[in-house]
Design a protein around this ligand. Structure first.
Ligand SMILES: *[C@@H]1O[C@H](CO)[C@@H](O)[C@H](O)[C@H]1NC(C)=O
Ligand SMILES: *[C@@H]1O[C@H](CO)[C@@H](O)[C@H](O)[C@H]1NC(C)=O
Ligand SMILES: *[C@@H]1O[C@H](CO)[C@@H](O)[C@H](O)[C@H]1NC(C)=O
Ligand SMILES: *[C@@H]1O[C@H](CO)[C@@H](O)[C@H](O)[C@H]1NC(C)=O
Length: 453
């Protein structure tokens, strides 16, 4: 008998354990005699409420499965300086509580209940990137089904850190990460799953976001890498939220006025250089552009160097360059009409070369100007050089005839020198104008290509 007793005791133990395990289903069945048409007796749930401090699980070595989902309901702010995205989202959590279980047929057909979330155990899911204290409103409720499935939705205003790249501003697209993870429970205790597919989340969010604000939702992707901190492994779900800026505000307020000013600057080359109007006009434009930049500075991102700043700097430097060019041409004309230095031989041949074959370069209108005092302000007949192309039929012959003639009198010779210098200035003006146009077009094309890629 000495050897039989422990055996019997073992059998009894087994029987008791198996009885207990068998009885679990009934043990945690909620007695719904308290349920009626008018409501639910809180006493029926007393056992559940009393356990809310602990993770509700029958076998402590099995993890709780929590399914996560969210709906992005608003994109409130994107702060490039602090690298923060402020959004509003509804987080949905679904998990099973094995201690909640009732038979709806016995309980007046009650299938689901709403229970104050404060009375239930809640998984501590948080957003890793969140840089703000949780602003969840208090007194939320949760849906509880008769099978013990709990659905808990909470609205959250999330200020999350996001690596913002504003180089392509205002045509930029940002990719922000929202990582849902448990704060405390490792993979042994809590596993995360997806409640909905990401395309469903994207579609719902697109429908919900009704605001025509600055940002639009492009898409949501997900990844589920585990996060290891020290020796602990945490389950997490990462959502990549791609948002795109609506650029119309910036195009209308920044790019269009800036382009207009540069276009006017380019057109102002058609003001005759002799009239002396060109330099003041360009200075006014430069001033206007500076005022524009100061006023629109608030619209630009406060940090980093977006391409648009480079574009503005380019426009400004183009204007400064064109002003410098005007100063240079004015100086040349002044020199030509007051004390023209002797024209080097190569200048002369350059003039001939340039004026005759294609007749593309400007030619000073000798015949019209003969006898006029060639001061900058007294040249009403002098029009834009380009317009005068073709007014001298056989320029090569004319040049030679004139140079033969000019040898006769010193005054005529001086007049001829002046003419040549004026002609040279116009040639330089046209040349520099073309270089300016080339530079303008190529730089604007570069910026556009950079923007569209
Ligand atoms: C439920 O509780 C009532 C009293 O509150 C009791 O009379 C009844 O037998 C219980 N039913 C079950 C199935 O335990
Ligand atoms: C608890 O779960 C573990 C693994 O899931 C299993 O091996 C073990 O038998 C379970 N224990 C009980 C008492 O159900
Ligand atoms: C979580 O989702 C998976 C698949 O979508 C499903 O099989 C599982 O029952 C869900 N679990 C909970 C607790 O909702
Ligand atoms: C966002 O970034 C992640 C990795 O950083 C990448 O897997 C995902 O495809 C990106 N999403 C978009 C829309 O670019």
């Amino acid at each position: 008998m000495d050897s039989g007793w422990p055996l019997l005791r073992g059998h009894l133990l087994c029987l008791m354990i198996s009885l207990l395990v068998q009885g679990r289903g009934d043990t945690f069945m909620i007695n719904c005699s308290g349920f009626d048409r008018h409501g639910v007796d809180p006493a029926a749930f007393q056992a559940v409420f009393a356990r809310k401090a602990f993770r509700p699980i029958l076998n402590s070595s099995s993890p709780t499965h929590v399914n996560v989902s969210f709906t992005l309901s608003a994109i409130l702010e994107v702060n490039a300086q602090l690298q923060l995205l402020t959004s509003f989202l509804w987080m949905d959590l679904i998990w099973d509580n094995p201690f909640i279980n009732w038979n709806p047929e016995e309980c007046f057909g009650i299938d689901t209940l709403t229970i104050s979330a404060e009375l239930l155990w809640l998984p501590d899911i948080f957003i890793v990137e969140s840089m703000d204290i949780n602003q969840t409103p208090p007194h939320l409720t949760a849906y509880v089904s008769s099978a013990g499935r709990i659905k808990y939705d909470k609205p959250m205003r999330v200020t999350s850190i996001c690596n913002l790249d504003i180089f392509y501003f205002p045509f930029d697209q940002q990719n922000c990460t929202l990582t849902f993870s448990s704060f405390l429970y490792t993979v042994e205790s809590l596993l995360l799953g997806m409640e909905k597919e990401v395309w469903e989340i994207t579609d719902t969010s697109r429908d919900i976001i009704q605001t025509q604000g600055e940002w639009e939702l492009v898409g949501i992707n997900k990844a589920t890498p585990k996060m290891s901190v020290g020796s602990n492994l945490y389950d997490q779900i990462m959502f990549y939220v791609a948002i795109r800026r609506r650029p119309s505000l910036y195009v209308i307020n920044l790019l269009v006025p800036s382009s207009f000013l540069v276009a006017i600057d380019a057109l102002s080359f058609y003001l005759p250089a002799e009239s002396g109007n060109r330099a003041p006009f360009k200075i006014t434009l430069l001033l206007g552009y500076n005022v524009f930049l100061i006023m629109m500075n608030d619209l630009l991102p406060a940090s980093g160097t977006p391409l648009i700043s480079v574009y503005f700097a380019l426009c400004l430097s183009l204007m400064v360059l064109s002003l410098l060019e005007t100063v240079f041409i004015t100086y040349l004309l002044h020199l030509a009409t007051t004390e023209p230095p002797p024209m080097p031989e190569w200048f002369h041949s350059l003039l001939l070369l340039c004026t005759c074959p294609g007749k593309r370069c400007p030619t000073a209108p000798h015949k019209e100007q003969k006898g006029l005092a060639l001061t900058p302000t007294h040249l009403p007949g002098l029009k834009e050089p380009v317009e005068l192309v073709g007014k001298m039929p056989r320029c090569g012959q004319a040049e030679q005839k004139e140079s033969a003639r000019t040898l006769q009198k010193p005054e005529t010779q001086k007049q001829h020198l002046i003419d040549q210098w004026v002609q040279f200035s116009h040639m330089m003006d046209t040349l520099l104008f073309r270089l300016y146009l080339l530079f303008l077009v190529s730089s604007i094309l570069t910026v556009i290509v950079l923007w569209t890629t």
